[in-house]
Write a protein that binds this ligand. Sequence first.
Ligand SMILES: Cc1cc2nc3c(=O)[nH]c(=O)nc-3n(C[C@H](O)[C@H](O)[C@H](O)COP(=O)(O)OP(=O)(O)OC[C@H]3O[C@@H](n4cnc5c(N)ncnc54)[C@H](O)[C@@H]3O)c2cc1C
Length: 407
Amino acid sequence: MSSVIVVGGGHGGVDVAFGLRERGYTGRITVLDKSGFVPYERPPMSKSWINGTGGPEELTLRGHDAFSGANIDLMLNCEVLSINRDRKVVETSNGSLEYSTLVLALGSSPRQLRLSGAALAGMHHLHTLEQAVALRDDLACATSVGVIGAGFIGLEFASSAAKRGLPVTVMETAGRAMPRTASEFTSGYMRARHEESGTVFRFNATVQEIIGHSDRVGRVNLSDGSHVEADLVVQGVGAIANGGWVTDFGLDFDNGIIVDSTLRTKDPDIFAIGDCARFLDDEGGATRLESIGNAADHARRAAATIAGTPVSLPDVPWFWTQQAGVRLQMAGRIDRVEEWLLTGAVESNSFSVLGWRNRRLVYGESINSPSDHVAIRKLLAENTAPTLPVLRPIAEMGLKAAIKSLA
Ligand SMILES: Cc1cc2nc3c(=O)[nH]c(=O)nc-3n(C[C@H](O)[C@H](O)[C@H](O)COP(=O)(O)OP(=O)(O)OC[C@H]3O[C@@H](n4cnc5c(N)ncnc54)[C@H](O)[C@@H]3O)c2cc1C
Protein backbone atom coordinates (compact mmCIF):
# COMPACT_ATOMS: atom_id res chain seq x y z
CA MET A 1 0.00 0.00 0.00
CA SER A 2 1.29 3.50 -0.76
CA SER A 3 2.04 5.62 2.25
CA VAL A 4 2.34 9.38 2.78
CA ILE A 5 4.27 10.57 5.80
CA VAL A 6 3.72 14.18 6.79
CA VAL A 7 6.37 15.59 9.10
CA GLY A 8 4.87 18.46 11.10
CA GLY A 9 1.33 18.60 12.45
CA GLY A 10 0.89 22.36 12.12
CA HIS A 11 -1.39 24.26 9.77
CA GLY A 12 0.20 22.99 6.55
CA GLY A 13 0.76 19.39 7.69
CA VAL A 14 -2.81 18.93 8.93
CA ASP A 15 -4.28 20.49 5.79
CA VAL A 16 -2.26 18.27 3.47
CA ALA A 17 -3.25 15.10 5.35
CA PHE A 18 -6.99 15.88 5.35
CA GLY A 19 -6.75 17.31 1.83
CA LEU A 20 -5.42 13.95 0.60
CA ARG A 21 -8.43 12.10 2.02
CA GLU A 22 -10.83 14.71 0.59
CA ARG A 23 -9.26 14.07 -2.81
CA GLY A 24 -9.81 10.32 -2.52
CA TYR A 25 -6.31 9.16 -1.58
CA THR A 26 -6.74 5.66 -0.14
CA GLY A 27 -3.20 4.85 0.98
CA ARG A 28 -1.85 5.14 4.50
CA ILE A 29 -1.39 8.69 5.88
CA THR A 30 0.69 9.40 8.99
CA VAL A 31 1.24 12.82 10.56
CA LEU A 32 4.22 13.09 12.93
CA ASP A 33 4.97 15.97 15.27
CA LYS A 34 7.66 16.43 17.87
CA SER A 35 5.21 18.42 20.02
CA GLY A 36 3.06 16.60 22.56
CA PHE A 37 0.00 18.78 21.86
CA VAL A 38 -2.67 17.78 19.37
CA PRO A 39 -2.35 20.05 16.31
CA TYR A 40 -3.21 23.59 17.31
CA GLU A 41 -3.84 27.03 15.82
CA ARG A 42 -1.11 29.59 16.32
CA PRO A 43 -2.78 32.93 15.42
CA PRO A 44 -4.99 33.24 18.56
CA MET A 45 -1.95 32.73 20.82
CA SER A 46 -0.88 36.37 20.37
CA LYS A 47 -4.45 37.72 20.14
CA SER A 48 -7.61 36.67 22.03
CA TRP A 49 -6.26 33.50 23.69
CA ILE A 50 -3.42 35.17 25.58
CA ASN A 51 -5.91 37.32 27.53
CA GLY A 52 -8.52 34.59 27.93
CA THR A 53 -8.97 31.83 30.47
CA GLY A 54 -9.41 28.87 28.11
CA GLY A 55 -6.84 26.09 28.07
CA PRO A 56 -4.73 24.77 25.19
CA GLU A 57 -7.70 22.68 24.00
CA GLU A 58 -9.37 25.92 22.80
CA LEU A 59 -6.70 26.11 20.12
CA THR A 60 -7.17 22.59 18.75
CA LEU A 61 -7.01 22.53 14.97
CA ARG A 62 -8.19 18.91 14.57
CA GLY A 63 -8.59 16.53 17.49
CA HIS A 64 -7.92 12.79 17.79
CA ASP A 65 -11.50 11.99 16.70
CA ALA A 66 -11.09 13.89 13.45
CA PHE A 67 -7.85 12.01 12.72
CA SER A 68 -9.31 8.59 13.44
CA GLY A 69 -12.50 9.51 11.54
CA ALA A 70 -10.42 10.24 8.45
CA ASN A 71 -8.21 7.19 9.02
CA ILE A 72 -5.10 9.32 9.48
CA ASP A 73 -2.48 8.20 12.02
CA LEU A 74 -1.26 10.95 14.34
CA MET A 75 2.01 10.36 16.17
CA LEU A 76 2.87 13.01 18.77
CA ASN A 77 6.17 13.39 20.65
CA CYS A 78 7.73 11.96 17.51
CA GLU A 79 10.64 13.87 16.00
CA VAL A 80 12.02 13.05 12.58
CA LEU A 81 15.78 12.85 12.80
CA SER A 82 16.93 11.64 9.39
CA ILE A 83 15.82 10.54 5.93
CA ASN A 84 17.15 7.56 4.01
CA ARG A 85 16.13 8.52 0.48
CA ASP A 86 17.39 5.28 -1.13
CA ARG A 87 15.33 3.06 1.17
CA LYS A 88 12.52 5.66 1.50
CA VAL A 89 12.59 5.52 5.27
CA VAL A 90 12.50 8.24 7.93
CA GLU A 91 14.21 7.66 11.26
CA THR A 92 12.23 9.14 14.12
CA SER A 93 12.63 9.35 17.88
CA ASN A 94 10.12 6.44 17.99
CA GLY A 95 11.62 4.19 15.31
CA SER A 96 11.76 4.01 11.52
CA LEU A 97 8.86 4.43 9.09
CA GLU A 98 8.64 3.75 5.36
CA TYR A 99 7.11 6.22 2.94
CA SER A 100 6.14 6.40 -0.71
CA THR A 101 5.80 10.18 -0.48
CA LEU A 102 7.22 12.42 2.24
CA VAL A 103 5.86 15.90 3.00
CA LEU A 104 8.02 18.18 5.13
CA ALA A 105 5.83 20.77 6.88
CA LEU A 106 8.34 21.74 9.53
CA GLY A 107 7.36 25.37 10.13
CA SER A 108 9.78 27.99 11.43
CA SER A 109 11.42 28.93 14.73
CA PRO A 110 11.74 32.32 16.39
CA ARG A 111 14.98 34.14 15.70
CA GLN A 112 17.14 34.26 18.85
CA LEU A 113 18.85 37.47 19.91
CA ARG A 114 22.33 36.76 21.21
CA LEU A 115 22.08 39.09 24.17
CA SER A 116 23.53 39.01 27.60
CA GLY A 117 20.60 38.35 29.96
CA ALA A 118 18.40 36.71 27.29
CA ALA A 119 17.98 33.59 29.45
CA LEU A 120 16.70 35.45 32.54
CA ALA A 121 13.27 34.60 33.97
CA GLY A 122 10.64 36.86 32.42
CA MET A 123 12.22 36.69 28.93
CA HIS A 124 9.84 35.06 26.42
CA HIS A 125 9.27 33.96 22.85
CA LEU A 126 5.77 33.42 21.45
CA HIS A 127 5.83 30.70 18.83
CA THR A 128 4.81 27.35 20.32
CA LEU A 129 1.91 26.48 22.60
CA GLU A 130 4.37 25.65 25.39
CA GLN A 131 5.77 29.19 25.08
CA ALA A 132 2.29 30.73 24.94
CA VAL A 133 1.21 28.90 28.13
CA ALA A 134 4.39 30.02 29.95
CA LEU A 135 3.94 33.60 28.75
CA ARG A 136 0.29 33.78 29.80
CA ASP A 137 1.11 32.44 33.27
CA ASP A 138 3.92 34.95 33.68
CA LEU A 139 1.83 37.84 32.36
CA ALA A 140 -0.53 37.41 35.29
CA CYS A 141 2.12 38.76 37.68
CA ALA A 142 3.94 41.22 35.37
CA THR A 143 3.91 44.94 36.18
CA SER A 144 5.57 46.37 33.06
CA VAL A 145 6.11 44.86 29.62
CA GLY A 146 8.82 45.29 27.01
CA VAL A 147 8.46 44.03 23.45
CA ILE A 148 11.54 43.69 21.25
CA GLY A 149 10.51 44.01 17.61
CA ALA A 150 7.55 45.85 16.07
CA GLY A 151 6.54 43.05 13.69
CA PHE A 152 3.14 41.35 13.66
CA ILE A 153 3.62 39.05 16.63
CA GLY A 154 5.31 41.72 18.77
CA LEU A 155 2.56 44.24 18.06
CA GLU A 156 -0.28 41.77 18.55
CA PHE A 157 1.17 40.80 21.90
CA ALA A 158 1.78 44.48 22.82
CA SER A 159 -1.87 45.17 22.08
CA SER A 160 -3.00 42.23 24.24
CA ALA A 161 -0.77 43.33 27.15
CA ALA A 162 -1.98 46.96 26.87
CA LYS A 163 -5.58 45.69 27.04
CA ARG A 164 -4.76 44.31 30.49
CA GLY A 165 -3.81 47.83 31.58
CA LEU A 166 -0.08 47.07 31.69
CA PRO A 167 2.45 49.72 30.63
CA VAL A 168 3.98 48.48 27.35
CA THR A 169 7.08 49.69 25.50
CA VAL A 170 7.90 48.41 22.01
CA MET A 171 11.55 48.64 20.94
CA GLU A 172 12.34 48.48 17.23
CA THR A 173 15.63 48.85 15.35
CA ALA A 174 13.92 50.35 12.28
CA GLY A 175 12.30 53.77 12.20
CA ARG A 176 8.71 52.52 12.09
CA ALA A 177 6.33 49.68 12.93
CA MET A 178 6.05 46.66 10.58
CA PRO A 179 8.91 48.05 8.47
CA ARG A 180 9.00 45.20 5.93
CA THR A 181 5.39 44.09 5.99
CA ALA A 182 3.22 47.22 5.76
CA SER A 183 3.24 50.50 3.85
CA GLU A 184 4.60 53.54 5.61
CA PHE A 185 1.11 55.04 5.71
CA THR A 186 -0.48 52.02 7.38
CA SER A 187 2.48 51.72 9.70
CA GLY A 188 1.92 55.30 10.91
CA TYR A 189 -1.82 54.72 11.25
CA MET A 190 -1.25 51.59 13.34
CA ARG A 191 1.32 53.33 15.50
CA ALA A 192 -1.24 56.00 16.37
CA ARG A 193 -3.84 53.35 17.33
CA HIS A 194 -1.31 51.60 19.61
CA GLU A 195 -0.33 54.90 21.20
CA GLU A 196 -4.01 55.62 21.93
CA SER A 197 -3.98 52.38 23.95
CA GLY A 198 -1.02 53.70 25.95
CA THR A 199 1.77 51.77 24.20
CA VAL A 200 5.08 53.62 23.93
CA PHE A 201 7.38 53.12 20.91
CA ARG A 202 11.15 53.39 20.90
CA PHE A 203 12.17 53.39 17.22
CA ASN A 204 15.77 53.31 15.93
CA ALA A 205 16.52 51.53 19.18
CA THR A 206 18.81 48.52 19.19
CA VAL A 207 18.73 46.36 22.29
CA GLN A 208 22.19 45.86 23.79
CA GLU A 209 21.70 43.84 26.94
CA ILE A 210 19.12 42.66 29.42
CA ILE A 211 19.75 43.48 33.06
CA GLY A 212 18.30 41.26 35.77
CA HIS A 213 17.07 41.99 39.26
CA SER A 214 17.37 38.84 41.40
CA ASP A 215 17.52 36.50 38.38
CA ARG A 216 14.52 38.09 36.69
CA VAL A 217 14.55 40.63 33.86
CA GLY A 218 14.29 44.18 35.16
CA ARG A 219 15.65 46.47 32.47
CA VAL A 220 16.48 46.51 28.76
CA ASN A 221 19.49 48.63 27.83
CA LEU A 222 19.45 50.31 24.41
CA SER A 223 22.35 51.32 22.17
CA ASP A 224 21.63 55.06 22.58
CA GLY A 225 22.44 54.79 26.29
CA SER A 226 18.80 54.85 27.41
CA HIS A 227 16.87 51.96 28.93
CA VAL A 228 13.36 50.55 29.34
CA GLU A 229 12.12 49.18 32.67
CA ALA A 230 10.25 45.89 32.23
CA ASP A 231 9.78 42.73 34.29
CA LEU A 232 8.42 40.77 31.33
CA VAL A 233 9.94 40.96 27.84
CA VAL A 234 8.80 39.29 24.63
CA GLN A 235 11.27 38.92 21.78
CA GLY A 236 9.48 39.13 18.44
CA VAL A 237 12.29 39.60 15.97
CA GLY A 238 11.19 37.29 13.18
CA ALA A 239 11.51 33.62 12.41
CA ILE A 240 13.83 31.34 10.50
CA ALA A 241 12.81 28.30 8.48
CA ASN A 242 13.17 24.88 10.10
CA GLY A 243 14.78 22.02 8.19
CA GLY A 244 18.42 23.02 7.75
CA TRP A 245 19.22 19.39 8.60
CA VAL A 246 17.84 18.15 5.24
CA THR A 247 21.17 19.06 3.60
CA ASP A 248 22.67 16.04 5.43
CA PHE A 249 20.41 13.91 3.24
CA GLY A 250 21.18 15.58 -0.09
CA LEU A 251 18.30 18.09 -0.22
CA ASP A 252 18.90 21.82 -0.73
CA PHE A 253 18.33 24.44 1.96
CA ASP A 254 18.93 28.17 1.73
CA ASN A 255 16.65 30.25 3.97
CA GLY A 256 14.14 27.40 3.57
CA ILE A 257 13.96 23.95 1.97
CA ILE A 258 14.32 24.55 -1.77
CA VAL A 259 11.34 23.38 -3.83
CA ASP A 260 10.08 24.05 -7.35
CA SER A 261 6.75 25.61 -8.29
CA THR A 262 5.00 22.28 -7.58
CA LEU A 263 6.53 22.23 -4.05
CA ARG A 264 8.77 19.25 -4.85
CA THR A 265 12.33 19.16 -3.60
CA LYS A 266 14.98 17.82 -5.96
CA ASP A 267 13.77 14.37 -4.84
CA PRO A 268 10.40 14.00 -6.65
CA ASP A 269 8.99 11.93 -3.75
CA ILE A 270 9.70 14.61 -1.15
CA PHE A 271 7.67 17.83 -0.87
CA ALA A 272 8.17 20.81 1.44
CA ILE A 273 5.34 23.21 2.26
CA GLY A 274 4.44 26.18 4.45
CA ASP A 275 6.87 28.28 6.50
CA CYS A 276 9.81 25.92 5.90
CA ALA A 277 9.59 25.95 2.07
CA ARG A 278 11.37 28.34 -0.28
CA PHE A 279 9.47 27.94 -3.53
CA LEU A 280 9.55 29.24 -7.08
CA ASP A 281 6.84 31.88 -7.34
CA ASP A 282 4.81 33.11 -10.33
CA GLU A 283 7.72 35.28 -11.52
CA GLY A 284 10.36 32.58 -11.03
CA GLY A 285 11.78 34.14 -7.85
CA ALA A 286 12.66 32.05 -4.78
CA THR A 287 10.18 33.04 -2.07
CA ARG A 288 9.43 32.01 1.49
CA LEU A 289 6.27 33.19 3.23
CA GLU A 290 5.04 32.77 6.79
CA SER A 291 1.27 32.81 6.87
CA ILE A 292 -1.77 30.61 7.28
CA GLY A 293 -2.82 31.44 3.73
CA ASN A 294 0.50 30.26 2.33
CA ALA A 295 0.49 27.03 4.38
CA ALA A 296 -3.10 26.28 3.30
CA ASP A 297 -2.35 27.02 -0.36
CA HIS A 298 0.77 24.82 -0.36
CA ALA A 299 -1.13 22.03 1.39
CA ARG A 300 -3.97 22.17 -1.13
CA ARG A 301 -1.63 22.03 -4.11
CA ALA A 302 0.68 19.34 -2.69
CA ALA A 303 -2.33 17.16 -1.77
CA ALA A 304 -3.74 17.54 -5.29
CA THR A 305 -0.42 16.55 -6.88
CA ILE A 306 0.08 13.52 -4.60
CA ALA A 307 -3.52 12.35 -5.03
CA GLY A 308 -3.23 12.72 -8.81
CA THR A 309 -6.16 15.16 -9.02
CA PRO A 310 -6.08 18.44 -11.02
CA VAL A 311 -3.89 21.09 -9.48
CA SER A 312 -5.07 24.70 -9.64
CA LEU A 313 -2.92 27.81 -9.77
CA PRO A 314 -1.37 29.21 -6.58
CA ASP A 315 -3.55 31.56 -4.53
CA VAL A 316 -2.75 35.23 -4.25
CA PRO A 317 -0.74 35.47 -0.99
CA TRP A 318 -2.81 36.90 1.88
CA PHE A 319 -2.37 37.66 5.56
CA TRP A 320 -4.29 39.22 8.42
CA THR A 321 -3.44 40.67 11.79
CA GLN A 322 -5.60 41.99 14.62
CA GLN A 323 -4.03 44.62 16.86
CA ALA A 324 -4.99 47.82 18.72
CA GLY A 325 -8.64 47.26 17.77
CA VAL A 326 -7.83 47.22 14.05
CA ARG A 327 -8.25 44.39 11.57
CA LEU A 328 -5.51 44.72 8.97
CA GLN A 329 -5.63 42.40 5.95
CA MET A 330 -3.07 42.15 3.18
CA ALA A 331 -3.09 40.53 -0.26
CA GLY A 332 -0.42 40.27 -2.94
CA ARG A 333 3.30 41.00 -2.75
CA ILE A 334 4.50 44.08 -0.87
CA ASP A 335 8.09 43.43 -2.02
CA ARG A 336 7.02 44.24 -5.61
CA VAL A 337 5.49 47.66 -4.84
CA GLU A 338 6.91 50.79 -6.50
CA GLU A 339 4.06 53.29 -5.86
CA TRP A 340 1.26 53.65 -3.32
CA LEU A 341 -2.32 54.93 -3.55
CA LEU A 342 -4.71 55.50 -0.65
CA THR A 343 -8.36 54.68 -1.37
CA GLY A 344 -11.25 55.79 0.84
CA ALA A 345 -11.30 58.14 3.82
CA VAL A 346 -8.88 57.62 6.70
CA GLU A 347 -11.28 59.45 9.08
CA SER A 348 -13.76 56.60 8.63
CA ASN A 349 -11.11 54.19 9.98
CA SER A 350 -11.98 51.90 7.10
CA PHE A 351 -9.84 52.26 3.97
CA SER A 352 -7.24 50.54 1.79
CA VAL A 353 -3.71 51.31 0.66
CA LEU A 354 -2.88 49.87 -2.76
CA GLY A 355 0.59 49.04 -4.09
CA TRP A 356 1.49 49.31 -7.79
CA ARG A 357 4.31 48.29 -10.10
CA ASN A 358 4.39 49.63 -13.64
CA ARG A 359 0.92 51.09 -12.90
CA ARG A 360 -0.50 47.62 -12.29
CA LEU A 361 -1.92 46.49 -8.96
CA VAL A 362 0.41 44.06 -7.14
CA TYR A 363 -0.61 44.44 -3.49
CA GLY A 364 -3.24 45.91 -1.19
CA GLU A 365 -3.72 46.32 2.54
CA SER A 366 -7.16 46.98 4.01
CA ILE A 367 -7.86 48.56 7.35
CA ASN A 368 -11.15 47.45 8.93
CA SER A 369 -12.51 46.69 5.48
CA PRO A 370 -12.91 42.95 4.83
CA SER A 371 -14.97 43.72 1.71
CA ASP A 372 -12.08 45.73 0.22
CA HIS A 373 -9.75 42.83 1.06
CA VAL A 374 -11.99 40.36 -0.77
CA ALA A 375 -12.18 42.75 -3.75
CA ILE A 376 -8.37 43.17 -3.85
CA ARG A 377 -7.82 39.41 -3.79
CA LYS A 378 -10.27 39.00 -6.66
CA LEU A 379 -8.71 41.82 -8.71
CA LEU A 380 -5.24 40.31 -8.21
CA ALA A 381 -6.33 36.73 -8.92
CA GLU A 382 -8.21 37.69 -12.08
CA ASN A 383 -5.77 40.42 -13.10
CA THR A 384 -8.70 42.76 -13.68
CA ALA A 385 -7.71 45.81 -11.62
CA PRO A 386 -7.88 49.19 -13.34
CA THR A 387 -4.48 50.78 -13.87
CA LEU A 388 -3.11 53.36 -11.45
CA PRO A 389 -3.84 56.39 -13.72
CA VAL A 390 -7.47 55.25 -14.07
CA LEU A 391 -8.04 54.71 -10.35
CA ARG A 392 -6.09 57.66 -8.97
CA PRO A 393 -8.64 60.45 -9.76
CA ILE A 394 -11.50 58.53 -8.11
CA ALA A 395 -9.57 56.89 -5.26
CA GLU A 396 -11.13 59.10 -2.61
CA MET A 397 -14.55 57.51 -3.04
CA GLY A 398 -13.17 54.18 -1.78
CA LEU A 399 -12.11 51.05 -3.64
CA LYS A 400 -15.45 49.33 -4.07
CA ALA A 401 -17.31 52.49 -5.12
CA ALA A 402 -14.51 53.37 -7.54
CA ILE A 403 -14.57 49.93 -9.16
CA LYS A 404 -18.36 50.12 -9.42
CA SER A 405 -18.20 53.54 -11.07
CA LEU A 406 -15.85 52.13 -13.72
CA ALA A 407 -18.01 49.11 -14.51
C1 LIG B 1 1.81 33.73 17.74
C2 LIG B 1 1.60 33.59 16.25
C3 LIG B 1 0.59 34.31 15.63
C4 LIG B 1 0.39 34.20 14.25
N1 LIG B 1 -0.62 34.92 13.67
C5 LIG B 1 -0.84 34.79 12.34
C6 LIG B 1 -1.91 35.50 11.72
O1 LIG B 1 -2.63 36.28 12.36
N2 LIG B 1 -2.12 35.31 10.39
C7 LIG B 1 -1.34 34.45 9.64
O2 LIG B 1 -1.57 34.29 8.43
N3 LIG B 1 -0.31 33.78 10.21
C8 LIG B 1 -0.04 33.93 11.53
N4 LIG B 1 0.99 33.24 12.11
C9 LIG B 1 1.88 32.41 11.26
C10 LIG B 1 1.27 31.04 11.02
O3 LIG B 1 0.87 30.46 12.24
C11 LIG B 1 2.30 30.15 10.32
O4 LIG B 1 2.66 30.77 9.10
C12 LIG B 1 1.74 28.75 10.07
O5 LIG B 1 1.51 28.10 11.30
C13 LIG B 1 2.71 27.94 9.22
O6 LIG B 1 2.23 26.62 9.10
P1 LIG B 1 3.28 25.43 8.90
O7 LIG B 1 2.47 24.18 8.78
O8 LIG B 1 4.24 25.78 7.84
O9 LIG B 1 4.13 25.40 10.26
P2 LIG B 1 3.65 25.22 11.76
O10 LIG B 1 2.20 25.51 11.91
O11 LIG B 1 4.62 26.01 12.57
O12 LIG B 1 3.88 23.67 12.06
C14 LIG B 1 5.17 23.06 11.98
C15 LIG B 1 5.16 21.83 12.88
O13 LIG B 1 6.29 21.02 12.56
C16 LIG B 1 6.75 20.38 13.74
N5 LIG B 1 8.13 19.94 13.50
C17 LIG B 1 9.19 20.71 13.12
N6 LIG B 1 10.28 19.94 12.94
C18 LIG B 1 9.92 18.65 13.20
C19 LIG B 1 10.60 17.39 13.18
N7 LIG B 1 11.89 17.29 12.83
N8 LIG B 1 9.90 16.28 13.51
C20 LIG B 1 8.58 16.35 13.84
N9 LIG B 1 7.89 17.52 13.88
C21 LIG B 1 8.54 18.65 13.56
C22 LIG B 1 6.60 21.48 14.79
O14 LIG B 1 6.51 20.94 16.09
C23 LIG B 1 5.29 22.16 14.35
O15 LIG B 1 4.16 21.65 15.05
C24 LIG B 1 1.23 33.34 13.49
C25 LIG B 1 2.26 32.62 14.11
C26 LIG B 1 2.45 32.74 15.48
C27 LIG B 1 3.57 31.96 16.14
